[in-house]
Write a protein that binds this ligand. Structure first.
Ligand code: G6P
Ligand code: G6P
Ligand code: BGC
Ligand code: BGC
Length: 866
């Protein structure tokens, strides 16, 4: 299941002139391929076949690649093209582990090849080195392609339903288009990617021993790669003749054939070629068959012998075709299930001498697929032009991307290695923020929240929750009752937070909050009650107790004056008092991450992390008290609000920030601050895409270089547009609609490119969050001294909820980065207000307990006050 880094089949827009190499089948070819797009869409090819002598196939790697380059040189001379540096697609029909379209290291040789020093080496590098050694011409190697993939692309150029490539030739193999979300070995979740199954290796773990015969074992033992490619050795052209020869020897030894006489030719390995099978099975009359056999094998055959030999050939080729049919049925069924279809119609592009030349192979294969996969209608299309054409088509697509978009976005894609590095940097930040000495200079503030446990199911009461700082300002009434089962009832109102208020004076802002609260109480007829209030305030606050929160700095859209450095509980109390028309008892101020963790903790007691990926981004988690140096006491745990949005404010992320990120920061309300948040969260992502589109248009890579005033307007491209454009079905038409609103008339290619930009930006966000979350998870695991961590992460935020691929990408990346953690991601369905009410319930009960008890000890009163 090797990822092939081919994301789509051709769409007819490919064009240009390419060179292709085709190595690994019966023939080695060098080709030049001219592709035209548009109405006169066509492909013209010129090729020359070259021999690869046996001693070169099994010599040294250097000799092999020098020989290949020698053939290219001859071909370029022949075509008069030595001085044109053409892009090259390299069909290399062996298993390669690819990390990109132009990078592939040979896993192991198969078929008749065994050149030394090639396995585990990058074949593109080896070809480049050989070109350099020859020092006669230069080539731009753009793609390395398996023959199955080349064949699929060749056929898909004519038939868009072709999403599978099959080779039944010297070797045997299949590739098909798999959903990215199922390919765990490659980053990314959207769209599809071609997977080269290398099904020839099926059975290497012993799983088909029950159907292998002693003849198969003998063939295997005599091969160049004993123990390997077991399925291939039962199904492909290189081995079928040899299986037949082994059976004939056996029958002869038993006296059932050739009068019991084993002739020299019959003893010779490889003498019975697969093409003989095709010929023998094609002969109708016994007489012609005997002649052929005598001619081919000097086997002194009788009439009975001929019938037996034909019978043996038939059994061997029939089994091969059935086995390929069974494999193919499994693949089409998988594709049908992937797509959730009752019925699948699909085309397989096929190539290979066995399929093309054998009289019955293709029929038996098709019959088997029909019997085993009745819910699929599978058409087989023969590739007429070999896989070189497909390799050229892939080169055309890869070049369009490499030369254009990816030049800009290369630095926004992170390898797992980079993500692991970011993860370990963040781990160090966590430790820096927790320690008393280093906390004052730490960027990630690790704020104690004074929340010491998640809900335990005994909370009850009637509470008000304020929820300020996300995209909506909400006020809620939360009633938690306890008849048999704990139940929660909530009533919510959403209030406006106009720009002039959040950017005006702090007094006005808190007057507005107090006014909205008054309105809520009025509406819900509770103005005369003094209900306990929990205040979700989604900004960094220093707390020394539950009901105090000193705003360290505004973030996101907020910038009211005179609030930073002040206790927001006091400011709100003051505003309420000033009104005098109702009373409120603010028991707790809670960050939205904490509210989210508590909301999710209500449903899942394992929840010990809360994260927000919305307008802003942040995380909290339960830390051991003994590690929190800023708070006295060593017992138990306390929730820490990490404020990870500030990660990188000390320059720690400069190596991964781009010029686009710097532009975003410069244009923000808080330059130099929340640098991680600005790479990740919903408030900034749309703007990031807009800046990239403008830059690309300026360079003529998009919209034919046209830039409209709307496209130049800050804020015109929103994060919700990214979510719409990345939808798998209607994404491209959404892109067209959204771009049209920005005054541009995008081409089909523009829409694909914009979708690609959105995917890279949102994917970067999910990868970064995965890295920081992974750091928290490893910390939890180490704190608990367990070999595996089983935990739940509560999540909220509009980006995570609305974006079609975000959640899956995040989950997948986290699982890859910390395979030792079993993480459940739990979406908070009811916002963090419910969690704030849970915290308030705990605070209220604790207070009530202390005050109601006949003689609360001074010590316990003190504990509460602290
Ligand atoms: C195609 C390709 C070759 C491929 C071959 C398989 O024509 O261009 O690269 O390996 O089919 O067939 P064969 O029977 O030659 O192995
Ligand atoms: C939750 C909370 C909000 C929080 C928000 C984040 O629903 O109740 O207080 O800030 O999620 O999401 P947003 O996307 O609105 O910033
Ligand atoms: C190779 C495959 C190839 C197939 C058909 C096998 O031996 O491992 O990569 O696709 O032959 O040529
Ligand atoms: C704030 C955090 C908050 C996050 C998500 C950030 O800008 O600093 O306190 O949790 O946004 O709303």
């Amino acid at each position: 299941m090797l990822p092939a880094f081919v994301f789509q089949t051709p769409d007819g827009t490919e064009r240009g002139k390419y060179l292709a190499l085709d190595l690994g089948g019966t023939n080695f070819r060098v080709l030049v391929v001219k592709i035209r797009s548009g109405i006169r869409k066509s492909v013209r090819m010129y090729n020359k076949i070259y021999a690869i002598p046996h001693e070169i196939m099994q010599g040294t790697g250097e000799e092999l690649f020098d020989h290949i380059v020698h053939c290219i040189s001859d071909f370029l001379d022949y075509m008069g093209m030595k001085n044109t540096r053409l892009p090259l697609g390299f069909t290399f029909s062996f298993p390669c582990r690819q990390t990109g379209i132009d990078k592939g290291s040979l896993v192991s040789w198969t078929k008749g090849f065994k050149a030394t020093d090639c396995e585990d080496h990058d074949v593109v590098d080896m070809l480049r080195d050989a070109i350099k050694r020859r020092n006669e011409f230069d080539l731009d190697i753009v793609a390395v392609v398996n023959d199955t993939v080349g064949t699929m692309m060749t056929c898909a150029y004519e038939d868009s339903k072709c999403e599978i490539g099959l080779i039944a030739g010297t070797g045997s193999n299949v590739c098909y288009m798999e959903d990215m979300r199922n390919i765990e070995t490659v980053e990314g979740d959207e769209g599809q990617m071609c997977v080269n199954t290398e099904w020839g290796g099926f059975g290497e773990n012993g799983c088909i021993e029950d159907i292998r015969t002693k003849f198969d074992r003998e063939v295997d033992e005599g091969s160049l790669n004993s123990g390997k490619q077991r399925f291939e050795k039962m199904t492909s052209g290189m081995y079928l003749g040899e299986i037949v020869r082994q059976i004939l020897i056996d029958l002869t030894k038993r006296g059932l054939l050739f009068r019991g006489r084993i002739t020299e030719p019959l003893k010779t390995r490889g003498i019975f070629e697969t093409k003989f099978l095709s010929q023998i099975e094609r002969f109708i009359s016994t007489y012609t068959l005997i002649i052929a056999l005598m001619h081919l094998q000097s086997l002194g055959s009788t009439c009975d012998d001929s019938i037996i030999v034909k019978e043996v050939c038939g059994a061997v080729s029939h089994r091969a075709a059935q086995l390929c049919g069974a494999g193919m049925a499994a693949i089409v069924e998988k594709i049908r299930e992937n797509r959730g279809l009752e019925h699948l119609e699909i085309t397989v592009g096929v190539d290979g001498t066995l399929y093309k030349l054998h009289p019955h192979f293709s029929r038996v294969l098709k019959d088997t697929v029909r019997d085993l996969a009745p819910k699929c209608t599978v058409s087989f299309v023969l590739s007429e032009d070999g896989s070189g054409k497909g390799a050229a088509l892939i080169t055309a697509v890869a070049r369009r991307y490499c030369g254009g978009i990816d030049k800009y976005l290369y630095s926004m894609r992170f390898s797992d290695e980079t993500l692991l590095e970011i993860m370990s940097r963040f781990r160090r930040e966590l430790e820096k923020g927790l320690s008393q000495d280093t906390n004052p200079t730490a960027t990630v503030k690790m704020l104690p929240t004074f929340v010491r446990s998640i809900p335990d199911g005994t909370e009850k009461g009637d509470f008000i929750a304020l929820d300020l700082g996300g995209s909506n300002f909400r006020i809620l009434r939360v009633k938690v009752s306890h008849e048999k089962k704990q139940t929660v009832q909530m009533e919510t109102e959403i209030y406006d937070t106009p720009e002039d208020i959040i950017h005006g004076s702090g007094t006005r802002l808190f007057d507005h909050v107090a006014e909205c609260l008054g309105d809520f109480m009025e509406k819900h007829k509770i103005k005369d009650k003094k209900l306990p209030v929990g205040f979700t305030f989604s900004f960094p606050c220093a707390q020394t107790k539950l009901d105090e929160g000193i705003l360290l700095t505004w973030t996101k859209r907020f910038k009211a004056s005179g609030v930073e450095g002040m206790d927001v509980v006091k400011l709100l109390n003051k505003a309420i008092k000033k009104r005098g028309d109702y009373e409120a008892d603010i028991m707790a101020v809670v960050n939205d991450t904490v509210g989210t963790m508590m909301t999710c903790g209500f449903d899942d007691h394992r929840c010990e992390v809360g994260i927000i990926i919305g307008t802003g981004t942040n995380a909290c988690y339960m830390e051991e008290m003994r590690h929190i140096e800023l708070v006295e006491g060593d017992e138990g745990r306390m929730c820490i609000n990490t404020e990870w949005g500030a990660f990188g404010d000390d320059g720690m992320l400069e190596d991964i920030r781009t010029d686009f990120d710097r532009d975003i920061d410069r244009g923000s309300l808080n330059p130099g601050k929340q640098l991680f948040e600005k790479m990740v969260s919903g408030m900034y992502m749309g703007e990031l895409v807009r800046l990239i589109l403008v830059k690309m248009a300026r360079e003529g890579l998009l919209f034919e270089g046209r830039i409209t005033p709307e496209l130049l307007t800050k804020g015109k491209f929103e994060t919700k547009h990214i979510s719409a454009i990345e939808k798998s079905k209607e994404g491209l038409s959404k892109a067209k609609e959204i771009l049209a609103r920005l005054g541009v008339e995008p081409s089909a290619d523009d829409c694909i490119a914009v979708q690609h930009v959105c995917a890279i930006v949102s994917f970067r966000s999910a990868s970064l969050v995965a890295a920081t979350l992974a750091a928290i998870l490893t910390r939890l695991k180490d704190n608990k001294h367990v070999p595996r961590l089983k935990t739940t992460v509560g999540i909220d935020g509009s980006l995570y909820k609305m974006h079609p691929q975000y959640a899956r990408r995040l989950h997948k990346t986290v699982r890859r980065l910390v395979p030792e953690c079993d993480v459940r991601f739990l979406l908070s369905e009811s916002g963090s207000g419910k969690g704030a009410a849970m915290v308030t319930a705990w605070a209220y009960r604790t207070l009530a307990c202390l005050w109601d008890s006949p003689s609360p000890s001074p010590a316990s009163k003190l504990v509460w006050m602290l």
